[in-house]
Design a protein around this ligand. Structure first.
Ligand SMILES: Nc1ncnc2c1ncn2[C@@H]1O[C@H](COP(=O)(O)OP(=O)(O)OP(=O)(O)O)[C@@H](O)[C@H]1O
Ligand SMILES: [Mg+2]
Length: 509
């Protein structure tokens, strides 16, 4: 191997190891430009989108010139003015992800062909890493959101009083949206609105029971008129109907979402932040809670509606998961595998006088293999192929085989069940075994699944620490909800120090 080729292999391997170690997109982007600038001895390295400089080195903080960088990234310019240096030859490589993004490098001395090909390799690594981080972050956000909705749904299902449900809703929305203040207002017939619940990150929260005149806080009127959420990102702004509305407590960004009960405007939830604008999907996220509030308030159809809304939560999360799984599996996993193969090819071609380099490459390869395994675990999530193809019994066998705690499996089943039941049963066993591995410190787990007339009974127990509590995570509450939406029951018995037993009964037809 030529010395120069060795150089590029080594740089690329180091780059891959460094960039894939970050756990946020911003971190990975900054890490990538820093590494690239260092490796190429470049004056400037930047990742640029159509509207922003995602990360850059070579400029003082906050001074990276978007227009100049964009004309290199997307225009025809091959030169960049570098502070303190003057015009330098510049080159851009498009990233496959995020969309409309390019990697820009400028150096006094023009990059040679080989360096440009290394830059392409780096761009490839950056794109894969960023895409994966986005998917993983999306999955995490979805889980948090579903868990919050389910905690509230559980309260509603238990029939706790309205006040407690409203308080829980205000808190869950506040934490999810990263807000400073959340208030739920009930609209009164006399044109006023009453604050019926509030939550704040920095107590004391505003007094519940306080009455406001709707005319003075026009956002209530605006939300009522349009029946749609309203948003402002400054202290005073106009909404879709052109009405001005003033923020609660003069904060800097807020979103108001209507609550409709039995077809009538009942009130609104107002979410405010004193700092950053609220995330783009905040309205959508709140809407799910508004629906639960409506269910808690409306007694008449409450039970049927609750079941329907729980089924929707489950269906929505299943659909999103499937999409994420597909993206992970079809896109990233395959490309990571290709990269890993390429890397092991490189190891073979390292000259014997460079054992250090071979070792480094092997280390990177190992890291990459771990990454592939992680992606595999995430993408395996919900519907393993074996479940839909071969049915519940073989799928459970494969789950048991993979478990890090030994599993005694007893499955007495014949034939197939409706897909929603099979998926639920699989999910119950999978989550219970995960919990056993993660929390129980158990020496063994037992899984017993049997069919009774009209029922499928699933029992998972371990001899571990006990103390399972569905309020502390998203897994168990997810199971409770999934089982309830199918008309089944789930019981968890987990006394401290005496193991955990989970019994689910699902209608089998
Ligand atoms: N088998 C078990 N043995 C001991 N403790 C358990 C067991 N299962 C659950 N727990 C406890 O109950 C809590 C809630 O479990 P849950 O599955 O809802 O959340 P999690 O496992 O912490 O996170 P997630 O499932 O959302 O990844 C756990 O954090 C753990 O403290
Ligand atoms: Mg869990």
């Amino acid at each position: 191997m030529e010395p120069s080729a060795t150089w590029s292999t080594q740089q690329l391997a180091e780059f891959l190891a460094a960039v894939s170690a970050f756990d946020t997109e911003d971190g990975a982007a900054l890490g990538a430009v820093e590494r690239a600038a260092e490796a190429m001895d470049a004056e400037v390295a930047a990742i640029v989108t159509d509207g922003a400089v995602v990360a850059s080195v070579g400029y003082q903080e906050g001074t990276a010139p978007l227009a100049d960088l964009k004309s290199v990234a997307f225009g025809s310019s091959r030169q960049l003015k570098v502070p303190g240096v003057g015009p330098c030859p510049a080159i851009a490589v498009a990233l496959e992800y995020p969309p409309n993004t390019a990697f820009v490098v400028a150096r006094i001395e023009r990059l040679n062909r080989e360096e440009i090909s290394v830059l392409h390799g780096m761009a490839h690594v950056v794109a894969i890493t960023m895409r994966m981080l986005r998917l993983v972050a999306g999955e995490r956000a979805l889980r948090n959101e579903q868990a919050a909705l389910r905690r509230v749904a559980t309260l509603v299902a238990r029939g706790v009083d309205q006040q407690a449900v409203l308080a829980a809703v205000a808190e869950e929305i506040g934490r999810l949206a990263g807000a400073d203040l959340v208030s739920v207002f009930q609209y009164e017939a006399d044109g006023t609105a009453t604050r019926v619940a509030s939550w704040t990150e920095r107590p004391p929260s505003p007094r519940v029971g306080e009455s406001i005149v709707v005319g003075e806080h026009n956002w209530v009127a605006a939300v009522q008129q349009t029946g749609k959420p309203a948003r402002n990102d400054e202290s005073v702004t106009t909404n879709q109907v052109g009405a001005k509305f003033v923020n609660d407590f003069g904060v800097s960004a807020s979103v108001a979402t209507p609550i409709v009960v039995d077809g009538k405007f009942w009130g609104a939830a107002l979410v405010s932040s004193t700092g950053e604008p609220l995330a783009p999907r905040t309205e959508e996220r709140i809407a799910g809670f508004a629906e639960l509030v409506a269910t808690a308030i409306s007694n008449a159809k409450a039970r049927a509606e609750l079941a329907a809304s729980r089924a929707r939560i489950v269906a929505a999360s299943d659909a999103t998961r499937r999409r994420i799984e597909r993206d992970l599996h079809d896109g990233i996993q395959q490309r990571l595998v290709t990269l890993a193969l390429g890397l092991s090819g490189m190891v073979d071609s390292v000259p014997s006088r460079r054992p250090d380099l071979a070792m480094q490459l092997r280390e990177t390869e190992r890291g990459l293999q771990e990454l592939i395994e992680e992606v595999r675990v995430i993408s395996r999530g919900l519907h393993p192929a074996i479940l839909s193809q071969a049915g519940l019994a073989p799928a459970l066998k494969s789950l048991a085989r993979r478990s890090a705690v030994p599993v005694e499996l007893e499955v007495q089943l014949e034939g197939r069940f409706p897909p929603t039941i099979e998926v639920a049963a699989y999910y119950i066993v999978s989550e219970a075994l995960n919990n056993t591995v993660k929390h129980a410190g158990a020496s063994v787990a037992q899984v017993t699944v049997g069919k009774y007339t009209g029922w499928l009974r699933i029992q998972v127990s371990d001899d571990g620490a006990g103390g399972a509590d569905f309020r502390r995570g998203s897994g168990l509450i997810g199971l409770i909800d999934r089982v309830a939406s199918l008309g089944g029951t789930l019981a968890i018995s987990s006394p401290q120090g005496a193991g955990t037993t989970l019994v689910a009964e699902l209608p089998s037809s």
